[in-house]
Design a protein around this ligand. Structure first.
Ligand code: WT7
Length: 690
């Protein structure tokens, strides 16, 4: 672009989009960042499970070269009703689609049960009186606690109820609940029976919920009357009713039973809509069932649960995790990544609707007999001191949270944090999106008073549990860096051509070889699993993320290289948002990109072309946002809607998102080469059209 045009572009954009200062500062790590090393605080290192990098390297090496020995030993820490076939390799897999079906198997032939290992095993060993869950409600002052025996009894009752509804091993049960104790209890009840649970995050709309219910053909739906988050009431039962109506219209509904937990503090019973014959009140029914329920012994490769996640195209994928591999990997990563020790109080702030809540609210901690805090509310209600109040109240020692929440709190200043003691804390974790060195520093210095290591953990719904993270105590940290792979995880960095890079480099992050926690398939669509993860780079698992590797071999995640957005740690498909927008009768075309957002990490920026009869207006923008809210959920509604006359396309018709991203980021001096556009004037029109 010539300098004159560039200047014109800049002034138009300045005018229309406001001053530079409104813009986000999230940026890729610089070479200075690579040098910024923070040693593990001495007091922590003295007591940590691992204490040196060489100790890690030895174990890492063993996990790669002798998986039978290494993972066999780890798995032997659990109860197996029948041991896996130890005459065969502990793991068998094929990542190369050219050589046949892609598959992964761990502990084949072994029989176990994840619920048994998470609960019965501890109770039978005499630890039933130990605290399992400490629940803190949305409103301060509301709390509850359950021991391991309590949880086991409640889990058995729900399992017996499901059994009474003829729900059997391999059937699917959908869970749509807010963060009350019954949510992990419901998950464990399914696991006990070998029933595949599909937890749908309670922020998803009725249409999204309906899509997921239909896709997995769920038999039973578990929900609650309403949810509370800060001042907001989430009318969960209404959303469920609407979702089931949509399924009914589709003609494919299998849900015969809807079990509704009555949380009268959220919504009084008489205000809850009811469908006779289908809906059942949780408390009055479930309590009638026995607190003993036999366990269904599951083959290691049987599915444990499914969880939907978004990719760049198409419908969300229902990823399937397996019983044996997931159990071993979730439990083992929990212990080492969080340096979990007896006496710790662990708090993962994630919702069970996401993989983090599966692995580090429910399964990982319970497999280690940890005591966990579960919080129903939000970090800023009733004020921004809530997290620290909870930390002091329950004497939390390990806090695991998302950068988006940390940024929200950082914006409120240090004073409110300092009002609370926080002396119980000894480790801080971050997950879900890149944490900038600045946010990392705030978390480390202000929240943890430079006493607690910060672990930046990188992983995905697909990976089941942590993949790259500091093992606290074993090596120094670098602010904003996920550092080194977990035991046995073979990270590979590729260039544009797919050539493996060595030493310090930047490129696509892939994984060589199978780890126990990898998802085994996409529910009902194995070829989608193969195509999405294994055919981009032959023989490797493709993560969809880019990374840099520095001179110390540390990995810095630079973000998605595909069209997946990460908004407040929620993974959102650009294609899905575009699909929702174009379903509006006046929207002919839509292209969605992300832009840096101070608090959310990424914000959603939608370029929309309208049909001839439509006139751009704020009312229309609202309608477009509403349609996304309705079809996906409020968290996916675009912040910015940009009226476009047309979209920049290559001669072959492909939308050039690179250019749209530049415009969304106001990097108009840096639009780059536009010569491959079918019509380069589109870029200027775009700017005029705002
Ligand atoms: C995507 C996966 C990890 C469980 C929750 C999210 C991004 C995740 C980090 C991190 C930078 C991160 C990646 C990844 N991501 N953790 N520590 N640093 N980016 O699971 O919803 O499946 O999202 O989240 O882009 O691919 P998910």
């Amino acid at each position: 672009m010539d300098p004159l045009a560039e200047r014109r572009l800049r002034s138009v954009l300045e005018h229309l989009l406001g001053p530079e200062s409104n813009r986000s500062v999230r940026s890729s790590p610089t070479s200075e960042a690579y040098e910024d090393v923070v040693q593990v605080p001495g007091d922590f290192a003295k007591k940590s499970l691992l204490s040196s990098r060489s100790q890690y390297e030895q174990l890492y090496e063993e996990a790669v070269t002798n998986p039978d020995g290494f993972w066999g030993r780890v798995a032997a820490g659990y109860f197996w009703q029948k041991l896996w076939d130890t005459s065969k390799p502990v793991c068998n897999y094929n990542f190369d689609a050219d050589k046949g079906r892609v598959f992964v198997e761990w502990f084949k032939g072994g029989f176990t049960n994840v619920c048994y290992n998470a609960l019965d095993r501890h109770v039978l060993a005499g630890y039933g009186h130990e605290l399992c869950f400490l629940w803190e409600g949305n409103d301060p002052g509301q709390s509850a606690q359950l021991t391991y025996s309590d949880v086991l009894k409640k889990v058995c009752q729900v399992a017996n109820f499901l059994r009474s509804k003829n729900v059997k091993k391999g059937d699917r049960v959908c869970i749509y609940m807010s963060m009350i104790l019954e949510l992990p209890i419901a998950m464990l009840a399914c696991a006990r029976l070998g029933v595949i649970h599909s937890v749908v995050f309670a922020g998803f709309s009725s249409e999204s919920l309906a899509g997921r219910i239909l896709d997995c053909q769920a038999k039973v739906l578990l929900t609650c009357a309403a949810g509370r988050r800060g001042n907001k009431l989430l009318p969960l039962k209404d959303i469920v009713d609407h979702a089931l109506e949509i399924c009914l219209r589709d003609g494919n509904l299998r849900v015969e039973t809807c079990l509704v937990y009555e949380n009268s503090f959220a919504l009084p019973r008489q205000k809850v809509s009811w469908v006779e014959g289908r809906d059942i009140w949780w408390q009055e029914t479930v309590s009638r069932f026995s607190v003993d329920c036999p366990v269904e012994w599951m083959e290691a490769e049987d599915p444990l649960f499914m969880l939907y996640t978004s990719g760049s195209t198409g419908k969300p994928k229902g990823l399937i995790h397996s019983v044996g591999g997931y159990m071993v990997y979730a439990g083992f990563t929990f212990k080492h990544v969080f340096d979990h020790q007896r006496g710790d109080i662990f708090w993962c702030t994630a919702d069970c609707g996401w993989i983090t809540g599966h692995t580090y609210v429910t399964y990982g901690p319970l497999l280690n007999r940890a005591t966990c805090v579960i919080f129903e509310g939000v970090p800023t209600f009733p004020d921004a001191g809530r997290w620290w109040e909870i930390v002091d109240k329950y004497q939390v020692s390990i806090l695991y949270a998302a950068p988006t929440a940390i940024r929200t709190l950082a914006a409120q200043g240090d004073e409110i944090v300092r009002k609370y003691s926080r002396k119980s804390l000894r480790l801080l974790g971050s997950v879900g999106e890149p944490i900038s060195p600045k946010t990392w520093r705030w978390y480390y210095e202000v929240c943890g008073e430079s006493r607690c290591p910060v672990i930046d953990t990188w992983w995905q719904t697909e990976t089941g549990a942590c993949m790259i993270s500091p093992l606290p105590g074993a090596w120094p940290m670098k602010p904003g860096c996920a550092t080194l792979p977990f035991f046995g995880v073979q990270t590979v960095v590729l260039d544009q051509e797919g050539k493996e890079l060595h030493g310090p480099c930047e490129g696509y992050l892939c994984i060589k070889g199978a780890w126990p926690g990898i998802a085994r398939t996409v529910y009902g669509d194995h070829s989608r699993y193969e195509n999405t993860y294994f055919k981009i780079w032959k023989g490797l698992y493709s993560t969809g993320d880019g990374c840099r590797r520095d001179a110390d071999g540390f990995i810095w995640i630079t973000g998605r290289v595909d069209d997946v957005l990460n908004v407040s740690g929620h993974r959102i498909s650009t294609g899905e948002v575009e699909g929702a927008l174009v379903s509006h009768p006046h929207c002919t075309e839509a292209a969605v990109v992300g832009y840096d957002h101070d608090v959310k990490g990424q914000g959603i920026y939608a370029f929309v072309t309208l049909s001839h009869e439509a006139t751009p207006s704020d009312a229309l923008k609202k309608q477009l946002r509403d349609i996304v809210r309705k079809q996906i959920g409020a968290f996916a509604a675009p912040e910015v809607i940009h009226w476009a006359v047309s979209l920049p396309r290559t001669r072959s018709g492909k939308i050039m998102r690179r250019i749209l991203r530049k415009i969304a980021a106001r990097q108009y001096t840096d639009i780059g080469d536009t010569s491959s556009l079918a019509d380069p004037s589109v870029v200027e029109d775009l700017i005029k059209g705002m």
